[in-house]
Write a protein that binds this ligand. Structure first.
Ligand code: GLN
Length: 238
């Protein structure tokens, strides 16, 4: 058996509930960009009946429909493993429904506030319209800056509390509130971006990896950078 004790542990939370729009691509691109630098990874799939391990390095959550989103939030809160992992220093990257449920509160389809996991100081409620389309935003300078693209499809709108900061400033799209997109607090990041987000934005993938493995060797540009440039041009042309 391979010794994976020193491998970077990437934990994919609830693929049975939160896995719309190909968000699993985020898992694959992290593994790929780690492998290209000789960093071994272990991918752990945690279905909603399973406990969330507390000693992973990077935890990924995807988007989901309203009902599975509620179930996921209830189970994550009851089981507690994700919050404990964050206290242990783990990094989290959560998309759309995943982003909403790691916050303090999010809304059901009648706008009732429901409790989230509480690891990111954001609150989401329901907007009057659905936000659908291409999104372009500029990542906060303290996170390394750079322009990111993806597509969004959500009813929720998100307000950032005092302990969190916007992940990026909006150039095109709706995002949190038509001004900013996503949020971060320490090692916890949330975004509305699908695409999937990390294959479309390799610099964001490296930002996450760097949080756990430190300085990363640069990689020669590949299909990821070409995809990023192509989607950015297309989104800004619309
Ligand atoms: N149900 C949430 C919303 O509509 C999240 C949707 C999603 O993950 N695409 O805001």
């Amino acid at each position: 058996m391979t010794d994976t004790s020193s491998a970077l542990r990437i934990v994919w939370i609830y693929p049975d509930l939160l896995s719309t729009y190909g968000d699993r691509g985020n898992v694959l691109v992290l593994r790929r960009r780690a492998a290209l630098r000789g960093i071994p990874t272990e991918i752990v799939h945690v279905n909603s009946g399973d406990p969330v391990p507390e000693h992973g390095d990077i935890y990924l959550l995807g988007g989901g429909e309203d009902r599975p989103q509620i179930l996921a939030a209830e189970r994550l809160r009851a089981q507690g493993g994700l919050a404990r992992a964050v206290r242990n220093g783990a990094c989290v990257f959560a998309v759309c429904a995943g982003y909403q449920i790691i916050g303090e509160t999010y809304a059901d389809n009648e706008s009732n506030p429901l409790p989230g996991v509480g690891i990111l100081d954001v609150r989401s409620d329901r907007g009057r319209t659905r936000a659908v389309g291409e999104l372009v935003a500029d990542v906060a300078p303290e996170l390394g800056g750079g322009r990111i693209t993806g597509f969004e499809n959500h009813q929720g709108r998100t307000t950032i509390g005092p302990s969190a900061r916007p992940l990026s400033t909006l150039v095109r799209g709706i995002g949190n509130d038509e001004r900013t997109e996503g949020a971060y607090q320490g090692q916890v990041l949330g975004t509305y971006l699908h695409g999937p987000a990390l294959p479309r934005n390799p610099q964001l993938a490296d930002q996450l990896l760097g949080r756990r493995v430190g300085q990363l060797a640069p990689l020669p540009p590949s299909w990821g950078e070409r995809l990023h440039d192509e989607r950015l041009t297309a989104a800004l042309r619309q």
